[in-house]
Design a protein around this ligand. Structure first.
Ligand SMILES: Nc1ncnc2c1ncn2[C@@H]1O[C@H](COP(=O)(O)OP(=O)(O)OP(=O)(O)O)[C@@H](O)[C@H]1O
Ligand SMILES: [Mg+2]
Length: 238
């Protein structure tokens, strides 16, 4: 049974069809890649699955349960979690407190339990400087906070929206290793990624989006050779 099943997912912004009747599944034992050029609809797909934005049509089924109409926090409590493309930590909080937020809302824990959980997550993601305020941290540390907050609700389905953006080569490798470690804990992971090296390393399968449509899917090595995928990335007229 797939962890996630979306059927004919549709999202319109006024006259713009950002996600056009998409259907796909995600499995527990895989890292699925969602790729495509800027504006293809990748983040919007996450937003409608996580409940950040309402759908215009179609359904989202998580572990055999209809969640299409549920608010984001309830989907989060059920096990759907995501990171944001633009990291937006709470500025007046420490790294640890930011991660606690995920446990407080996603798991409904008491304050001291949330702190314990956040400390364990900091150890797991190797975020040592967790007692520092946000403005003292590096990009990698900020990305780890974003990841830690998402992990604090114990997700079974985790969306990572361009988590590698802004990282250097060595930091990218650290993050790749971390994502592999998370997958070993039986979390279904969907990575949205522009860095093709990362897509090639991490994913067993990719879905290629262009203007809201799936234009190709399969192992990255195969789809990256396909003409319509190359054309979508190089740009086309009209
Ligand atoms: N809240 C919104 N209101 C109106 N239009 C939106 C909104 N969010 C996204 N769009 C539009 O929907 C389309 C898909 O955007 P989306 O952010 O999902 O693309 P993306 O594939 O994530 O792009 P990128 O790689 O640049 O992050 C774009 O044309 C975008 O301008
Ligand atoms: Mg995006």
């Amino acid at each position: 049974m797939p962890v996630l099943k979306v059927n004919n997912l549709l999202k319109k912004f006024g006259g713009l069809v950002a996600v056009n009747n998409l259907s796909f599944t995600a499995e527990k034992d895989e890292i699925l890649g969602i790729i495509g050029p800027n504006g293809a609809g990748k983040t919007t797909v996450i937003n409608v699955i996580a409940g950040t934005l309402p759908v215009s049509g179609g359904e989202v089924v998580f572990k055999d349960r209809q969640v299409t109409e549920l608010p984001a926090y309830q989907r989060n409590q059920l096990g759907i979690s995501r990171t944001f493309q633009t990291v937006r930590p709470l500025q007046d909080f420490t790294a640890l407190e930011n991660i606690m937020v995920g446990a407080l809302f996603g798991k409904k824990l008491q304050l001291n339990e949330a702190r314990e959980k956040a400390l364990k997550i900091c150890e797991y993601i190797e975020l040592e400087r967790h007692d520092l305020p946000i403005d003292k941290l590096t990009v990698l540390e900020l990305k780890k906070i974003e990841l830690g907050r998402a992990l604090a609700s114990d997700p079974e389905l985790l969306f990572l929206d361009e988590i590698m953006a802004g990282l250097n080569s060595e930091e990218t490798w650290q993050m790749i290793e971390l994502i592999r470690k998370i997958k070993e804990n039986e979390v279904a992971i969907c990575v949205i990624e522009h860095v093709m090296k990362v897509v090639a390393e991490l994913t067993s399968r990719v879905i290629v989006l262009d203007r809201g449509d799936i234009i190709a899917q399969g192992p990255y090595q195969q789809v990256s050779q396909q003409k319509q995928v190359i054309t979508a990335y190089l740009g086309k007229e009209g």
